[in-house]
Design a protein around this ligand. Sequence first.
Ligand code: ZN
Ligand code: ZN
Length: 148
Amino acid sequence: MSEKKLRDAIDTLKESGVRITPQRHAVLEYLLNAMIHPTADEIYKALEGKFPNMSVATVYNNLRVLREIGLVRELTYGDSSSRFDCNTSEEHYHIICEECGKIVDFHYPSLEEVESLAEQVAGFDISHHRLELYGICKECKDTAAQKH
Ligand SMILES: [Zn+2]
Ligand SMILES: [Zn+2]
């Protein structure tokens, strides 16, 4: 992870007047390091050793604060629990593993021509679109191969 990203995020927190608690700092650092777009539960499990007094509610609360100032994006897919993405600066799409639920970033130019075509065809003012790709990730493929 680039230290710069963490420093920039901390600066944004400071500018927003948000108090930087050790937990908040740890949640942010974990999110910036984890490329899997973790759930609140996964963040909690990863940090509970370091902060024995921290609850899942604290993690949610920190994520809400980070989301409100635009440092984190909440991703909801169907009825599974929300995942959190701290890559809010670059437009990107997501590939979702149907086996383990991990989400990986996929960089592809934003499909703006689809939006403008939809505006022409349907007469809508399009605000945004969602594109998700689904499949089996490399780790899950390897695990499956080992079983055979
Ligand atoms: Zn997987
Ligand atoms: Zn992402």
